[in-house]
Design a protein. Sequence first.
Length: 259
Amino acid sequence: MIRLAAVGDVHCGTDVREQIRAQFASVPDHADALLLAGDLTRLGLPEEAEVLADALRDLRRIPIAGVLGNHDYQSDRQDEVRAIFGSAGVQMLEGSSVVWEIGSTRVAVAGSKGFGGGFEGTHATAFGEPEMKGFVEHTRSLADRLNTCLEEMDSADLTVLLLHYAPVRETLTGEPREIFPFLGSYVFAELADRHGVDLVLHGHAHRGVERGRTTGGIPVRNVAQAVIQQGYAVYTLDAAGRGSATRAGNAAVSPARSE
């Protein structure tokens, strides 16, 4: 049984250093690994990333992986932000993967921030103005890169797909339907089904719900902090019973303030 702690949309600022440290301090007591589903900073500033990175450095005895979110791109300093988290031991993923040996179980995590476009039957197409083409082609290029990563990834007992944007409509329940195309894209759910991953994690949808599934039945969990209502959630995966993701008893940790 593998225990995965996960949270997204921490929106870390420079004024929450102690809250952030408290939020993550207990992770090694409750989980075998930590997954960060993007929007790790408020404005994508290196000094914001340093606050969270300092808290994560204390957790080096467990593996950590993460993806960036739209907030982390806001100041056009995403490369610096990514490097700061990397220096803290976080495996930052974008169309890439990592495989961990956790006990006797090989756990693979493939990650991308994902992007928008919408869902089955209402997805935007790369037609018309160059701005619309660019929007859709960005999603497709990220999906193509992630598909190649999944095809080339080493075999594992369990595989997790880590995103920022949502891959299914279901976890967006509560968000205005008018903005669904800007909250995610079904092409990433298609990838999950095609490659038979065991769990999909995402954030971004603060007013959404936690639980959903892909068309093929793969569990999808929205771990935006505003949704899980705590510092992180812990999910258990069993390599002997693939296709399930049970939320374990959650750590008694209050979420740090996020805006």
